[in-house]
Design a binder for this molecule. Structure first.
Ligand SMILES: [Zn+2]
Length: 54
């Protein structure tokens, strides 16, 4: 689970907008860009190239 301080500073690398943290599935979602960023070993992978679109 990600720490709250880290979550507060995290932003989508594409639009710089807020991300929604899905703690059950360990992922971060940007609804504006429709991208899902994975979290691996508690480290968010904030790379547009690595993100999944939905
Ligand atoms: Zn975005």
């Amino acid at each position: 689970m990600l720490n709250e301080k880290l979550l507060e500073i995290l932003a989508c690398p594409k639009c710089k907008g807020d991300l929604e943290y899905d703690k059950d599935n360990d992922k971060l979602t940007c609804h504006k860009c429709r991208l899902i960023y994975k979290i691996e070993n508690d480290i968010p992978i904030m790379l547009i190239d690595e993100a999944e679109s939905f």
